[in-house]
Design a binder for this molecule. Sequence first.
Ligand SMILES: NC(=O)c1ccc[n+]([C@@H]2O[C@H](COP(=O)([O-])OP(=O)(O)OC[C@H]3O[C@@H](n4cnc5c(N)ncnc54)[C@H](O)[C@@H]3O)[C@@H](O)[C@H]2O)c1
Length: 282
Amino acid sequence: MEIRNVGVVGAGTMGNGIAHVFARCGYAVTLCDVEQRFLDRGLETIAKNLDREVAKNKITTDDKAATLKRIQAALDRGKLAGCDFVVEAATEKYEIKAELFRDLDRICRPEIMLASNTSSISITKLAALTKRADKVIGMHFFNPVPVMKLVEVIRGLATSEETYKTVRELAIKLEKTPVEVNDAPGFVSNRVLMPLLNEAMYAVMEGVATPEAVDEVFKLGMAHPMGPLTLADFIGLDVCLDIMRVMQAGLGDPKYRPCPLLIKMVDAGWLGRKSGRGFYKY
Ligand SMILES: NC(=O)c1ccc[n+]([C@@H]2O[C@H](COP(=O)([O-])OP(=O)(O)OC[C@H]3O[C@@H](n4cnc5c(N)ncnc54)[C@H](O)[C@@H]3O)[C@@H](O)[C@H]2O)c1
């Protein structure tokens, strides 16, 4: 079956980026969220990011207009019934995703593949909530989606070869590079990255160094384009905390315990760049 209409659930940092790349590559996109203001903010971000691509001569102003025209914002999840493929990019909470997958299974045609952009939650577990476990897969994009080349393609225990191949090809059509990974908490990217960010937070909490100093060490000493605390702010501290908790619960090793400073900052509403304050002020 040819994929033409793509549903994206969640219009936040990742959802709007995913809608952006699908629409720019010619797919019709239905972008869903729970409140109109989240949809408006998502569409605004897409327009701003497309302007950047125009400024860099990657696309024309006509391409920008055509891309925006291909995106339809929807509060009503029922509008996803017409989609040929759905990517879920809602908040990183199991209960939210579980409710969504049960409902998407009801709304979408039985032959439709359902992908999750989750950073850490078990694809196998989400798949088991549906009657199409063979058609559920992880399609893990990276932030900012229009720029980052990697898509981690995560096979759940029941994911079929056909689903894997379709999603792999879809990632290539989006001009991304798919990398195959099996289902495990945090997959590969966050299994390795998050403990690094978490440890950097411990270093700050224990007064070993300031956030600026920690970041400088990684930029100058390890040639990272940005330091771990700048990156944590960019990802979202709430997202980092959720991922650490999923790894702590799923892997059971105390080395995955979230840094108390991270917990405190999320409690304070300091979520990083998106809230104006994290390890830095924006
Ligand atoms: N931030 C990152 O760098 C990053 C990178 C890769 C993957 N992810 C994953 O992508 C997903 C989204 O993360 P984000 O950073 O975009 O979060 P975000 O907080 O920016 O956006 C989440 C959006 O989902 C919406 N939402 C919540 N419940 C919903 C529902 N039931 N139906 C529709 N929309 C709903 C929220 O209103 C919000 O707009 C998470 O699973 C996260 O782990 C994040």
